[in-house]
Design a protein around this ligand. Structure first.
Ligand SMILES: *[C@@H]1O[C@H](CO)[C@@H](O)[C@H](O)[C@H]1NC(C)=O
Ligand SMILES: *[C@@H]1O[C@H](CO)[C@@H](O)[C@H](O)[C@H]1NC(C)=O
Ligand SMILES: *[C@@H]1O[C@H](CO)[C@@H](O)[C@H](O)[C@H]1NC(C)=O
Ligand SMILES: *[C@@H]1O[C@H](CO)[C@@H](O)[C@H](O)[C@H]1NC(C)=O
Ligand SMILES: *[C@@H]1O[C@H](CO)[C@@H](O)[C@H](O)[C@H]1NC(C)=O
Ligand SMILES: *[C@@H]1O[C@H](CO)[C@@H](O)[C@H](O)[C@H]1NC(C)=O
Ligand SMILES: *[C@@H]1O[C@H](CO)[C@@H](O)[C@H](O)[C@H]1NC(C)=O
Ligand SMILES: *[C@@H]1O[C@H](CO)[C@@H](O)[C@H](O)[C@H]1NC(C)=O
Ligand SMILES: *[C@@H]1O[C@H](CO)[C@@H](O)[C@H](O)[C@H]1NC(C)=O
Ligand SMILES: *[C@@H]1O[C@H](CO)[C@@H](O)[C@H](O)[C@H]1NC(C)=O
Ligand SMILES: *[C@@H]1O[C@H](CO)[C@@H](O)[C@H](O)[C@H]1NC(C)=O
Ligand SMILES: *[C@@H]1O[C@H](CO)[C@@H](O)[C@H](O)[C@H]1NC(C)=O
Length: 534
């Protein structure tokens, strides 16, 4: 069920009735709490906050699991907190941070995992850059999926309605507060946030002019089943088929030996893991040496092979592509622990089956197919026809870390090619509105051994990422407003990921289907040593 259509008169009324005196932003902010009227919206409070305010955030109950006790905002803002009813049995918590030094731009942010957590660091990031920025809780609170149980409306909020509603309300509030319309509308999100952004592009193409979408959780039901499939492959912790973190470190070193040089240099970064046809055969213990800690048993070697195979279901259909080789050091603590992956269990129990007793070891191709067929609120987010967004002039900057330990980077090219095929457009034509960048050595949305600071998060607003070439959000603004489409995205790796320690290296990341190749290995830390090749 969608948010009911807003009568135009209501929208106009809300603008007229706002009666803000924007020349005095503090008084405009305090009056917006009572003057902003929009169907199903209750304004909880509106606070005018000076630059540098360290905002204390609600940590009561399950919100504590969001792990966001406070957020600093570095510019003057009007912070508006709202409650929005989305159906008879569902609602969202929505915040708008409206900077005094407004650029005339609107920005929506997204969520992560199964979470009902406003990503305040993203809201602050947008506000710091002068966007009127909104963030919503996706329709429930806390990191788990229990709220989906027997409530398809909460699932609908999570699938699309939370973000879409936040955009409708946020745009109306923006007009009311500044007493003029925004110029352009943007979106920034990663993981579930990347999926939510693609959902907007697919189903609500009018919402945005430009979207920056990282590591999107596309084919969501299948992704969830795939995430649960590693337990079946590794077996439980300490079983004969399982590998401990030290053994995964052996595998990682062996993967680098076999595949790190494919991109022209051995630097610990596999630029294109799709080219890595890894075999763990070398790691098999010799019959005379089965107790060594530097080799694997045949059962463990079989596990490693399975982990790097695609996940196939009934009748040999592909459920989800393989985990890319390279993320083992992280995955030893995420997917390869021999424990159930909590999001898979939650999604299957509460969103797919309404069965609170389903257990992760029951996962099989039947349940994977069932999840894909039930596809609640069309959360799969797999439509390949983006022509409505293209026609309105919308732009997509899609990126994916090539050492992603949560959502294999192999899923993004699969979607890109699905769009290309559905729309009948080769990459050079897709380039007009949709560009996909593979970020070598980036983990899930952030972190990793590569030059992963590309301006995608507040954590990366360090000095080196403040110009458009180093900052995907500003890059999107430039593309939408000036037509400067990105050929590459430049990333920075700080020493120990700490800007104050200085820059370790800088690298340009290539536009798919091009891949990064090092033509001058002696100078691999310099961007000029690399080129994008076919
Ligand atoms: C903001 O306040 C919290 C405590 O409420 C504190 O832990 C944190 O360090 C503060 N942040 C800054 C940047 O001062
Ligand atoms: C918001 O929705 C939840 C269901 O997700 C419900 O339990 C709660 O009562 C609702 N709150 C209000 C104020 O309607
Ligand atoms: C307002 O934002 C612009 C960039 O959009 C910046 O150049 C300027 O310094 C800001 N002014 C203030 C007073 O913060
Ligand atoms: C989420 O928590 C907020 C308090 O911050 C509360 O107002 C809201 O009703 C909660 N939402 C749901 C769906 O329970
Ligand atoms: C789960 O419960 C909700 C609400 O009762 C219902 O809409 C949905 O169809 C149920 N799903 C299944 C698979 O039974
Ligand atoms: C696995 O074995 C280690 C070492 O014997 C032990 O400390 C740990 O509790 C075991 N873990 C599980 C889940 O059985
Ligand atoms: C056993 O394996 C270890 C590590 O691979 C190696 O150093 C050692 O020489 C091997 N010993 C035998 C008897 O093969
Ligand atoms: C597998 O094939 C059977 C028989 O043709 C069909 O009923 C079933 O739906 C197929 N399963 C999938 C997941 O395509
Ligand atoms: C999960 O199911 C398996 C297989 O049916 C069973 O052996 C195991 O005890 C169950 N675990 C829990 C926690 O119920
Ligand atoms: C999801 O998996 C099913 C098999 O369970 C497959 O038929 C379907 O094509 C997959 N969907 C996507 C979007 O990959
Ligand atoms: C970076 O971190 C490593 C490991 O923690 C440490 O040994 C090294 O001294 C750090 N480098 C700097 C410049 O702080
Ligand atoms: C960023 O600032 C640090 C000091 O805080 C400096 O060492 C570094 O060179 C700067 N990086 C760039 C690319 O300007």
């Amino acid at each position: 069920m969608r948010l009911r259509a807003l009568p135009l008169s209501a929208l106009c009324a809300s603008i007229v009735s706002a009666q803000t005196s924007y020349h005095n932003p503090a008084s405009a902010c305090s009056s917006i709490a009572s003057s902003f009227h929009y169907p199903d919206v209750t304004v909880n409070f509106a606070h005018y906050l000076p630059a540098g305010t360290n905002i204390s955030l609600d940590q009561t109950g399950v919100l504590a699991s969001c792990g966001r006790p406070s957020q600093v905002v570095s510019v003057d803002i009007c912070r508006v907190a709202m409650f929005v009813k989305t159906s008879a049995v569902s609602n969202i918590t929505l915040e708008a941070w409206l900077p005094t030094n407004w650029t005339g731009r609107f920005l929506s942010t997204g969520n992560g995992g199964l979470s009902g957590c406003i990503q305040y660091e993203d809201v602050a990031y947008g506000a710091d850059f002068g966007f009127a920025t909104v963030g919503a809780n996706s329709g429930h609170n806390g990191t788990r999926g229990t709220a989906f149980y027997e409530n398809g409306e909460v699932v609908a909020d999570f699938s699309y309605r939370s973000v879409h509603t936040g955009v409708l309300v946020g745009k109306a509030l923006t007009k009311a507060y500044y007493e003029k319309d925004f110029k352009k509308s943007y979106y920034l999100g990663c993981s579930t946030g990347g999926r939510q952004g693609f959902k907007e592009v697919q189903d609500f193409p009018e919402d945005f002019d430009g979207v920056v979408l990282g590591a999107p959780a596309l084919a969501f039901n299948n992704l969830s089943s795939w995430s649960g499939s590693f337990l079946l492959k590794t077996g439980p912790t300490n079983s004969s088929t399982w590998l401990n973190p030290a053994e995964w470190a052996l595998v990682h070193a062996d993967i680098l030996t076999q595949c790190d040089g494919i991109d022209g240099v051995m630097d610990g970064i596999i630029e294109d893991p799709q080219l890595c046809a890894y075999t763990p055969a070398n790691l098999l213990c010799s019959p005379s040496n089965t107790t060594s800690t530097a080799c694997l048993s045949s059962a463990q070697v079989a596990t490693v092979r399975q982990v790097f195979e695609p996940y196939y279901g009934e009748n040999g259909s592909l459920i989800f592509p393989r985990m890319q080789p390279g993320s083992e050091l992280s995955d030893a603590f995420i997917y390869y622990t021999g424990q159930p992956f909590p999001y898979t269990t939650d999604w299957m129990r509460y969103a797919i089956l309404n069965d609170t007793t389903w257990n992760a070891s029951e996962l099989n191709s039947y349940y994977a197919a069932l999840a894909s067929e039930r596809n609640p609120a069309d959360i799969s987010t797999w439509k390949g026809d983006l022509s409505a967004f293209q026609k309105k002039g919308g732009k997509i900057l899609h990126y994916h870390g090539q050492a992603d330990s949560i959502i294999t980077s192999a899923n993004s090219p699969r979607y890109y090619e699905h769009v290309a095929e559905t729309m009948g457009l080769p990459p050079r034509d897709l380039d007009e509105f949709y560009r996909f960048f593979r970020i070598g050595g980036m983990d899930h949305c952030a972190g990793g051994v590569g030059a992963w600071q590309i301006g995608q998060t507040l954590a990366s607003t360090a000095n080196a990422t403040l110009d458009a070439q180093h900052n995907v959000l500003l890059r999107m603004v430039e593309w939408v407003e000036e037509g400067g489409a990105p050929e590459t995205v430049t990333g920075v790796k700080f020493v120990n990921d700490t800007a104050s320690l200085g820059v370790d290296f800088v690298r340009n990341h290539c536009k798919y289907p091009l891949r990064n190749f090092c033509k001058d290995p002696a100078n691999y830390r310099s961007p000029g040593a690399w080129e994008c090749v076919q």
